[in-house]
Design a protein around this ligand. Structure first.
Ligand code: GLV
Length: 327
């Protein structure tokens, strides 16, 4: 039996590649080249398994070009890059990395909220550019956080970790989730419709997965319904917010500020964002701490090894594929 062949789509820690090489023939991309769909298919065509990231699209065309493939293991919790139905059709198991990135991602949501509310990056630019001439009574006044109401749209595991941190700020939490949580998980947070959350919260954090249903969940009308003093944070996915509408709201100061880790058309975000002092921008790094990225990769490797070893992986996204194999 030949050694299973693994494709790794992006640069990962070298020790992880070395670990993979102990069990598999590995085609890596330690040069971190960004590949077109055709180049990805060419590299993947005889692979048994792939470690991918949210940047690579897995669809019917790719799967049809990779007949040996048994598993696509995303090093990400979000998996809107993977067509699960197509995977099932081709008998390919799809997996992701939930749980291990919850706390780091929740921390980053707070980093963006704090930075946007208290104008941290704007103040930093102000100071570095030599504009600071001395203390002023009303210099760079920010928004209150302590004692205000935080709205969370998408109360999954990351949303709940964000809500836990809100307690330290004495904040009331209101949230929307498709299904209302049991009260033990609500932990004092109040369920309401998305419209009510947007209307009533002082600040809003978006944590919903991207899908057709959440495409442009936040557009011009939704932004207009928010308090003009509000900060909006998006750590979910580009496309959940209509970036054009958000830019117009920030330009017109109809919204105080935004903290954004994700954008439409990443990495080519709308250049108008760059001119906005009331937007704090980070390049899709919410889970990027060494410990968390390591844990994500380790879990992705475990998921892949489980499938190739005939074991059901912990984070299987298309259980139908497994059930049909067992029949
Ligand atoms: C990052 O965006 C992830 O989905 O893990």
């Amino acid at each position: 039996m030949r050694t299973a062949r693994i494709y790794v789509s992006r640069r990962i820690f070298p020790e992880l590649v070395a670990e993979l090489q102990k069990s598999y023939e590995v085609v890596d991309n330690q040069a971190d080249l960004s590949l077109t769909a055709a180049e990805l298919a060419a590299r993947l065509h005889d692979a048994d398994g792939a470690l991918l990231t949210a940047g690579e699209r897995v669809d019917d065309a790719l799967l049809a070009a990779c007949p040996r493939l048994r598993v696509v293991s995303n090093i990400a919790v979000g998996y809107n890059n993977i067509d699960l139905a197509a995977c099932t059709l081709h008998g390919v198991a799809a997996t992701n990395t939930p749980d291990v990135l919850i706390e780091a991602t929740a921390d980053h949501a707070w980093a963006l909220l704090l930075a946007a509310a208290r104008r941290v990056t704007e103040s930093d630019r102000y100071l570095r550019s030599g504009q600071w001439k001395g203390w002023e009574f009303d210099m760079l006044m920010g928004a209150e956080l302590h004692g205000t109401t935080l709205g969370i749209v998408g109360m999954g595991r990351i949303g709940r970790a964000i809500a836990r941190r809100a307690k330290g700020f004495g904040m009331r939490v209101v949230y929307h989730n498709r299904t209302r949580l049991p009260s033990v998980q609500e932990d004092g947070a109040i369920w309401m419709s998305t419209e009510e959350v947007l209307r009533s919260a002082d600040h809003v954090i978006l944590v919903v997965p991207y899908s057709q249903a959440t495409h442009h969940l936040i557009g011009a009308a939704q932004l207009a319904s928010m308090k003009p003093t509000a900060v909006l944070v998006n750590i979910a996915r580009g496309g959940v917010v209509d970036d054009n509408a958000l830019i117009e709201a920030l330009q017109g100061e109809r919204l105080a500020a935004a903290g954004l880790d994700v954008f439409e058309n990443e990495p080519k975000l709308d250049p108008r964002f760059l001119a906005l002092d009331n937007a704090v921008l980070t390049p899709h790094i919410a889970s990027s701490t060494r410990a968390t990225r390591n844990a994500m990769a380790q879990l992705a490797i475990r998921n892949l090894a489980d499938v190739l070893g005939g074991r059901r992986p912990a984070a299987l996204l298309n259980p139908e594929v497994w059930d049909s194999r067992r029949r």
